[in-house]
Ligand binder design. Structure first.
Ligand SMILES: Cc1c2[nH]c(c1CCC(=O)O)Cc1[nH]c(c(CCC(=O)O)c1C)Cc1[nH]c(c(CCC(=O)O)c1C)Cc1[nH]c(c(C)c1CCC(=O)O)C2
Length: 342
């Protein structure tokens, strides 16, 4: 089935587009009252994510309500630790929590490489239903966490300001760390391939905690595994978003991927220079601009679009949209992008 709106895919591949495509990281499940309604009909996030019909419904809501140029499948990066043998809970107002974590070789021996067709069949089913209901209106984005970010949660057992337990393991037990990262990488590659087989048109790797590593650690424990994933995926375009990894932009330019996500700390011109002309750049407006009035949102959005220049650009925020942002403000951002021409 050919896509009716394939702007995102063409922009990712560096082909000519009539206008810049736009979507928002975390567009599903954060800001829409329509989402809250569905979410309140079940026990919580995990039940929602594991009910494919409902996951498909909330995946499509931003396409219908906000008018974005892509849907992103409603799930979480933490489904991989669960599929490997570490189940999680989402605690209201606190975030993810794991009862068991990885601290030693003995812990590592108790987990396995995920088998997506078995362990993550609910995500694959949600993708299939979403594709059917989207009816090729826009592309569907599949995703996974980057190995380092997943490792952080598996070692730490919850969110953290510093992720110092996870970093400690990199310094004190490099070999064990590599073994775990390798298992996560293998799980992630088969998971992304399964998402593509089920219908994902493009995939994004989220390295949310990239920015807390030193450049040397990031090269050894972060980028290496992202690079392995990029090399393994050749079916669809790949986007790498490494939050805070300003120090690694030049190396990211050499990854076997189509698009690099920028956060709002990264200067657009400098990023283009460091990454080179062979990648599409995605981003990167500060999510907090969306707390401003409409006129200022428009001005900031246009300035961002002009700086990227309208070619090899996918408009987005520099990180996920915050939960208390008014959907009306998000619409101003989206409409401004859609009305702008280079
Ligand atoms: C680090 C990370 C996580 N999850 C994710 C990341 C990477 C992106 C980033 O850096 O923000 C990615 C993610 N999580 C979720 C999606 C679905 C699609 C989308 O909305 O874009 C995506 C793409 C759903 C979710 N993931 C989560 C919810 C809220 C759960 C609930 O309803 O209680 C949703 C809809 C929970 C979650 N999941 C995670 C945390 C820290 C939390 C708690 C804080 C929060 O709400 O974001 C881990």
């Amino acid at each position: 089935m050919t896509l009716k709106n394939d702007l995102l895919i063409r922009a990712a591949k560096g082909e000519k587009v009539e206008r810049v495509p736009v979507w928002l990281m975390r567009q599903a499940g954060r800001i829409l009252p329509e989402y809250r309604k569905v979410r309140n009909s079940v026990s919580g996030f995990i039940e929602l994510a594991k009910t494919p019909e409902l996951a498909a419904e909330v995946t499509i809501q931003p396409v219908d309500i906000l008018g974005v140029d892509a849907a992103i499948i409603f799930s979480d990066i933490l489904v991989i630790p669960e599929a490997m043998g570490l189940p999680y809970q989402m605690i209201e107002k606190k975030g993810p929590w794991f009862e068991n974590t990885i601290q030693s070789a003995s812990d590592l021996s108790k987990i396995r490489i995920a088998e997506p067709e078995e362990d993550l069949d609910y995500v694959l089913e949600a993708i299939k239903i979403t594709k059917k209901e989207l009816d090729s209106r826009v592309p569907l984005i599949g995703f996974a966490g980057a190995p380092w970010t997943i490792f952080s949660y598996m070692v730490e057992g919850s969110g953290s300001k510093t992720f110092s337990k996870a970093k400690k393991m990199l310094y004190s037990e490099p070999e064990l760390s590599h073994q775990l990262l390798d298992m996560i990488t293998k799980s992630t590659i088969s998971y992304l391939k399964a998402q593509i087989k089920a219908g994902a048109n493009i995939v994004q790797i989220f390295d949310s905690w990239a920015g807390i590593l030193s450049p040397e650690q990031y090269e050894t424990f972060g980028l290496k595994y992202i690079s392995d994933i990029c090399d393994a995926i050749d079916e669809v375009p790949v986007t790498v978003f490494a939050k805070g990894a300003f120090f690694a932009r030049q190396q990211m330019g050499a990854l076997n991927c189509e698009t690099i996500g920028l956060d709002w700390n990264m200067s657009i011109a400098e990023s283009r220079q460091l990454i080179g002309d062979t990648k599409t750049l995605q981003g990167n407006m500060d999510p907090c601009v969306l707390y401003s009035d409409d006129k200022d949102i428009e001005a900031h959005t246009i300035k961002m679009l002009e700086t990227f220049g309208g070619h090899r650009h996918i408009a987005n925020l520099g990180h996920g949209v915050y939960p208390d942002i008014d959907p009306g403000k998000v619409k101003v951002f989206i409409e401004t992008v859609k009305n702008w021409r280079a």
